[in-house]
Write a protein that binds this ligand. Structure first.
Ligand code: SF4
Length: 293
């Protein structure tokens, strides 16, 4: 029986926990010229930065703000500092240590989730993460997106699948729980390619999987390509997407926890797909599709 994500967190973190996103002011190697410029064609981090998250504030201040935001809903909650925006291992190791320690010193913060790219994990960074994993609860989330290099090139990821696979294995060998982020419906991918990615990633030492539907957001290179007819994207309805997710779920071993299948962007930024789902509606759709299999 597969655990739900909140059940997994509650077990791992001894009780209910809420992730608080932090923008620690990092950049991304695919934007600042380290490995590329311009970023992934679909990327705009504005869509994923919550209101309480302000890079002008310190990490501790952002966490206190996040706690105040969630405390109204859940007064007795513990928290995970979620280093979310851009690539959160893209700095010198002393600066990283300082930022992670600052987060862990905040009252009520019981662990840390660090989102990064698979090519942003040098030896010193892995050593630091390994130390961190030994003294707190840590999950490192890797943006893998797909195992198909042809797609990774198409969306200008500027890393390949081998790098992603090696990063997953290396983190796991260092005792670090790995979360993997995948995008369903990347340009040029059909369902058999997505299935292959899911099967392959699930055979690696992955703890959490996080999926989202390919979204076309205003102001991105992908939006311009899509409007100019230069890329083809899946035009799923929410029902069709839920059917795909139900089939993919069946490919996963039961120990892999799925954090989510859909991501929501501000309607003012979203060009496609515009499903207008209410909270909880996709979970119901998914359940009904799973019952049909
Ligand atoms: S790696 Fe992440 S932050 Fe960097 S450009 Fe791509 S999606 Fe954006």
């Amino acid at each position: 029986m597969r655990k739900g994500y909140s059940e997994f967190l509650a077990e791992r973190f001894d009780g209910k926990v809420q992730k608080i996103a932090v923008n620690a002011g990092f950049s991304c190697p695919n934007r600042d010229g380290t490995v590329g410029r311009g970023g992934c064609t679909y990327c705009t981090n504005e869509a994923f930065n919550p209101r309480y998250c302000d890079a002008r504030l310190t990490v501790a201040e952002q966490l206190e703000r996040g706690k105040a935001f969630f405390a109204r809903k859940y007064p007795s909650m513990n928290y995970l500092a979620y280093f979310q925006a851009y690539s959160n291992t893209h700095a010198c190791v002393d600066r990283l240590r300082e930022l992670y320690n600052e987060a862990l010193a905040v009252d009520g913060v019981v662990g840390i989730v660090i989102a990064t790219r698979p090519d942003c994990l040098g030896d010193e960074v892995v050593e630091l993460l390994s130390e961190l994993a030994a003294r707190t609860r840590l999950i490192v989330e890797l943006g893998v997106e797909t195992m198909h290099d042809v797609t990774l090139r198409k969306v200008n990821r500027c890393h390949d699948w081998t790098t992603a696979r090696n990063a997953i294995v290396c983190l796991a060998e260092h005792g670090i729980a790995v979360g993997v982020h995948l995008i369903l419906g990347l340009p040029g991918e059909d369902e058999s390619m997505m299935e292959r990615t899911v099967r392959t990633v699930a055979a690696l030492p992955v703890t959490v999987l996080k999926f989202h539907q390919m979204q076309v957001l205003k102001g991105t290179r992908l939006a311009r390509q899509w409007q100019a007819g230069e890329v083809e994207l899946m035009q799923w309805t929410a029902q069709e997407y839920a059917s795909l997710c139900a089939r993919l779920l069946r490919l996963l071993p039961s120990h892999v926890v799925v954090e989510r299948f859909v991501s929501q962007s501000p309607p003012s930024m979203l060009l496609s797909p515009r499903w207008n789902l209410k909270p909880g509606e996709f979970a119901q759709l998914l359940e009904s599709k799973m019952n049909e299999l």
